[in-house]
Write a protein that binds this ligand. Structure first.
Ligand code: PLP
Length: 295
């Protein structure tokens, strides 16, 4: 699967200027015309694995606004797979733009009640899905597995490994795990949790353990900027997103990238970085989800 190389843009933000740090954005949201962002990176090696092992069907899980469902539908279609999206909760008609896009790309939508959905990785639920849909290649919710991490290592190319700090949004931790692997213990990585609670650090450590990857010490998680929880978007956040778009031509989404960049700028304000630091914010995409917030 071809993924375009993405530009780095300088952001002339007054806060960065005042604190004498330089801020750049890696525009992973521009890595593909239709799919875009980290979900495409996470799918890349999963799709080649599925193809090499002669699967013709991909099955995965997600909520009704999921960037991962959206990307799987489009990437599946582009690569000749049948796709099945198991969606948490009941069907609501008309379909929201995310699910309509998935359907238009040929994805079969299968709704699952919330209590079964919680057990989605159990043998019982998977057997049931097998009898409904036949043999499939399973991609986990959010797309995170070993092959996804391998794909995310490729987000930064060799010339992009020399910033002092890297900041990005974290959901399941697959993307940051790839960034950390790519940097190979160098520089500093800050993950901004899109979810409330401090369990994500342990989950990222788990990914390294589970897949036998070296766990470097040059990263940490900041969970101060979830804005009330996953997919919560208070007015202060929405105003920030509107201002970044108007003043810096940078489109952000309210679930992931808006919160993370707000957090990075707030850390700059609070003198978290020495003068002269070079910061790279990784824009992980997710712009399709803006429609769910009226953007
Ligand atoms: C899914 C997603 C994330 C989180 O990625 P993880 O690998 O699950 O941590 C961040 N940003 C955007 C835009 C996403 O869609």
């Amino acid at each position: 699967m071809k993924i375009g190389s993405t530009p780095i843009h300088s952001i002339q933000h007054p806060v960065a200027k005042e604190k004498s740090v330089s801020l750049f954005v890696k525009r992973e949201d521009l890595n593909h015309e239709h799919i875009s962002g980290n979900k495409l990176r996470k799918l890349k090696y999963n799709l080649s694995y599925a193809k090499d092992h002669h699967f013709d069907t991909l099955l995965t899980f997600g909520g009704a606004f999921s960037n991962h469902i959206y990307a799987t539908a489009a990437a599946g279609k582009a690569n000749g797979f049948r796709t099945i999206g198991v969606i948490r909760g009941d069907e609501h008609l008309p379909l929201n733009p995310t699910l309509q896009f998935a359907k238009d790309n040929g994805m079969e939508l299968h709704y699952m009640d919330r209590s079964s959905y919680r057990l989605k990785n159990s043998g019982t639920v998977l057997n049931e899905l097998n009898s409904l849909f036949g043999d499939f290649y399973l991609i986990p919710e959010g797309g995170t597995n070993e092959l996804a991490i391998q794909g995310c290592v490729e987000i930064l190319n060799e010339e992009e490994l020399n910033f002092d700090y890297y900041g990005l949004s974290v959901g399941t931790g697959g993307t940051i795990a790839g960034i950390i692997q790519g940097l190979n213990g160098k520089q500093n990585v800050i993950g901004f949790s899109a979810l409330k609670g401090n369990f994500l650090e342990a989950e990222i450590n788990n990914l390294f353990r589970q897949f036998n990857l070296p766990n470097h010490q040059n990263w940490h998680l900041n969970d101060d900027y979830h804005f009330g929880g996953y997919a919560k978007a208070p007015p202060e956040l929405m105003q920030f997103i509107a201002a970044m778009e108007k003043d810096h031509q940078l489109p952000l989404d309210p679930v992931y990238t808006g919160k993370a960049l707000f957090g990075l700028l707030d850390m700059i304000t609070k003198d978290a970085f020495p003068k002269g630091s070079k910061l790279l914010f990784i824009h992980t995409g997710g712009l399709q989800g803006r429609s769910g917030f009226g953007l």
